[in-house]
Design a protein around this ligand. Structure first.
Ligand code: ZN
Length: 297
């Protein structure tokens, strides 16, 4: 166990990437394509967002929302009441998730974005977030969780406090704590957790496999419990996409049956996790402020 964390809780932040669907990068395209109709994707995203906000509010849980600029523009155009609800909430923190789910690294598109284009995308997304939400984003999660040196540089230039894109396995050297990114001393990394279950199979803080019915709630409850023991003082980001509460990764309507329904699965997970001692529920940004405060203040 990380001795720095003795006596401290494990902080847990619910984080949501707000985009329309299981975006797929395509060769030759900087932005993402959808498995189904994009219109249906926005609809699923906004229906899922309402379910997510209901659940968070019922349980007095804060959350960090990483907005894709394009999706936020659609929300403002189509569902003013939902945008107003988001804006008025004092328990939500807002971050950025690109403008059109750009494949910044060019890993699939074959078109890596250079410094100027990366900066232009972030500037545009930042403007959309600022005008729709009334505040500039302080945190960033890269589309596909692919962080590039150009992105890191642009995040510093745009005044971001942290990035939350890198996935790491906790170890003796890293107990889910913030760290500085190489080449960007002004930017903190709040890395996502990837780990192994008891059978040695990969599991992460993303609830993707839970919603696709490939893992039971119990697996994620166990993950939280074991990190509570090993990474006290650190931050576990539980990550999800609102659309995943109503449609599957290939755009089909989610199971409506109680035990297989994704929104019900999330509800069960929340109820179970709320019963674990030694957890502190927070936003990523609030955790960072607390963790980086000099001793005694
Ligand atoms: Zn995304």
């Amino acid at each position: 166990m990380d001795s720095e964390g003795v006596g401290k809780p494990l902080s847990v932040a619910f984080t949501a990437d707000i985009d329309p669907d299981a975006n797929r990068a395509r060769a030759g395209r900087v932005d993402a394509v959808s498995a189904g109709a994009r219109e249906a994707g926005f609809d699923a995203c906004f229906r899922g967002l309402r379910l997510l906000l209901d659940l968070l509010e019922e349980n007095s849980l804060p959350a960090t929302l990483f907005w894709e600029g394009r999706t936020l523009e659609q929300l403002a155009r189509r569902q003013a009441d939902l945008l107003a609800r988001v804006r008025q909430s004092e328990s939500l923190e807002h971050g950025c998730h690109g403008y059109r789910h750009e494949d910044f690294a060019g890993q699939v598109s074959g078109i890596p974005l250079g410094r100027a284009r990366t900066r232009a995308v972030l500037a545009r997304a930042g403007e959309v977030l600022g005008s729709a939400l009334g505040a500039a984003p302080v945190g960033f999660r890269a589309p596909y969780c692919r962080l590039t040196p150009e992105l890191t540089g642009a995040l510093v230039e745009e005044g971001y406090a942290y990035d939350a894109s890198v996935a790491r396995e906790p170890s003796a050297a890293w107990g889910l704590r913030p760290y500085r990114l190489e080449g960007a001393p002004a930017l903190w990394e709040l890395a996502l957790c990837r780990s192994k279950d008891r059978q040695g199979k990969a599991i992460s803080g993303y609830l993707w496999q839970l919603f696709e019915g490939r893992r039971p709630v119990e697996d994620y409850v166990e993950l939280v419990g074991s990190l509570r023991q090993e990474c006290a003082g650190g931050l576990l980001q539980v990550a999800l996409h609102p659309w995943h509460l109503v449609v599957s990764e290939d755009g089909r309507p989610a199971a409506s049956d109680g035990t297989a329904n994704p929104a019900d699965r999330l509800r069960q997970f929340v109820e179970r996790v709320l019963g674990i001692d030694g957890l502190a529920f927070t936003t990523a940004g609030a955790y960072l402020q607390e963790a980086c405060r000099p001793e005694g203040q």
